[in-house]
Write a protein that binds this ligand. Structure first.
Ligand code: BG6
Length: 488
């Protein structure tokens, strides 16, 4: 057996993409509540009222800044897919029963910060929000499923963002600290595995290569405050319950140089440094890597870092390294028109790979490469906490859904994980992304489906929310039951 009996097979979702109930039981808003739907080729838009009272829509991005004097707003004539999600808020019992039927050992989900502290600045938490997650975690425990909880999955309370910018103020560290202290205490004994920030590296990784020095300054400062917040969370979590295991969460992309030109090799190295190692090193080693100074110098970055921050980073290293993996990317310094279209997909076309309908490179071997490289670097237990294929599914007349493409995708990735384990990597969990269909983060679409479970919800807002089992549901059940041996 390559995957031992303690291996955590499971799946993952995020609050803002599945819960819906955006304005129910005292929840405050998050950025996703003012973000419209998009498509593979058209961006999602953020809606707000400018200082002169005019309605405005601009493309969502990691470097979006609300203009001076503007405030976020929901417009009646726009559709906001995250408002309904798949209504997990009211369907969680039914959904957890289906996960149990598949044999799940772990379910990754996130807490919506603004359900607990609606504006982020209250002194006391919202009891209805606390109760909701207590009920969900209890339901999971009763089903024999270990919860893995993301504390932040792109959903800072919108009121904080409007007042202080997107993590541009040191005050965020204290707001986050209050929030994590509440949830660590509240769910002590119910939740043991925690992740501090989902895909923390997106802030820097998805900045275009030609971003301005000002954008770099803001991105690195944003990250520094999140690093300190994360390190303080690790310390608090360990103090509240020494049993807690707390991880970082990195958007894992395997970068390859397109050519053997030394310029491409160096460019590729900078992709790994800036995109992957920068965050992992700080969170796993407790200090900035040597190359950080070079990266800051390239863009004249001057950071607000105190001695206490450095002490916190040192004392708040994570217990586990977790990451998402969807694709590899080929990069080059040579002019190249053959770029890959699609959402959130950068880089140039790799002639040795095929691509999903959303332009994401399908590369199972890239997962093994990533696992082995990262394990050698940090020697901490690893979890693959997102991996999956966003694809168009067809519901047949009899209600069946034949998603062989998804089964094929998982089969090849699981085989590569097995090889990594054989090669000595301490991989302890695999939670596939969107194990139940949900709203796409990048495009806001429902039609970009990832699930083993189909949800009857569509991009125009229609649908009954009925849950249906796809062929992959039965396949994954068999995989789990056989500890990853039966992949046919
Ligand atoms: C990761 C995020 O970036 O990728 C998820 O953590 C997201 O929130 C997932 O849903 C897949 O991306 P997309 O754009 O297909 O939803």
């Amino acid at each position: 057996m390559k995957f031992n009996e303690n291996f955590y097979w499971g799946g993952a979702v995020a609050a803002n993409q599945c819960e819906g109930a955006w304005n129910v039981d005292g929840r405050g808003m998050a950025r996703t509540d003012v973000t419209t739907g998009g498509t593979v080729n058209t961006p999602r838009m953020i809606t707000f009222i400018d200082k002169d009272g005019n309605k405005q829509k601009v493309p969502n991005s990691h470097s979006f800044k609300l203009p001076e004097g503007a405030h976020f707003a929901v417009f009646d004539d726009e559709l906001y897919p995250n408002h309904d999600g798949i209504d997990f808020y009211h369907h969680y019992k039914e959904d957890i029963a289906l996960l149990k039927e598949m044999g799940f050992k772990m379910f990754r989900l996130s807490i919506s910060w603004s359900r607990i502290y609606p504006t982020g600045e209250e002194d006391t938490p919202n009891q209805a929000g606390l109760d909701f997650y207590r009920n969900v975690f209890t339901e999971l425990r009763n089903a024999g499923i270990e919860p893995l909880v993301s504390i932040w999955h792109f959903d800072t309370p919108l009121a904080l963002e409007e007042k202080y910018g997107d993590w541009q103020d040191r005050k965020y560290i204290a707001f986050y600290e209050k929030y994590v202290t509440t949830i660590f205490n509240e769910y002590k004994g119910l939740v043991k595995y925690w992740l501090t920030f989902n895909e923390i590296n997106n802030t820097i990784n998805f900045l275009p290569d030609d971003a301005s020095d000002e954008q770099y300054q803001e991105a690195y400062q944003h990250l520094h405050y999140q690093f300190v917040a994360s390190a303080r969370a690790v310390q608090i979590g360990h103090k509240v319950d020494p049993e807690n295991k707390i991880g970082c969460m990195i958007c894992g992309i395997t970068y390859y140089p397109l050519t053997s030109d030394p310029q491409d090799i160096l460019f590729n190295r900078s992709k790994w440094e800036k995109g992957i190692f920068y965050c992992g090193d700080v969170q796993c080693k407790g200090k900035y890597p040597t190359f950080a100074k070079r990266l800051w110098k390239e863009h004249n970055v001057q950071l607000d870092i105190t001695d206490q921050d450095l002490e916190d980073l040192k004392n708040g290293t994570v217990d586990i390294y977790t990451f998402s993996y969807y694709m590899s990317q080929a990069v080059t310094t040579h002019p190249n028109d053959d770029t890959v279209g699609g959402n959130m997909s950068f880089g140039v076309r790799n002639p040795y790979l095929t691509y999903s309908d959303w332009g994401w490179a399908l590369d199972p071997q890239g997962l093994r490469y990533y696992l082995e490289m990262i394990y050698d670097r940090y020697e901490k237990p690893l979890m693959v906490v997102e991996n999956g294929l966003g694809a168009y599914d067809t519901v047949e007349e009899d209600g069946s859904i034949h998603d062989n493409y998804r089964i094929e995708y998982y089969r090849e990735h699981i085989k590569e994980m097995a090889k990594a384990i054989e090669n000595g990597v301490d991989l302890i969990a695999y939670t596939t992304w969107g194990c139940i269909d949900l709203v796409s983060a990048g495009t806001g679409e429902m039609r970009k489906r990832y699930g083993f479970i189909y949800v009857d919800k569509h991009d125009d807002g229609t649908g009954t929310m009925k849950r249906m089992k796809k062929d992959s549901f039965y396949w994954y059940k068999k995989v789990i039951a056989s500890q990853g041996e039966d992949l046919d």
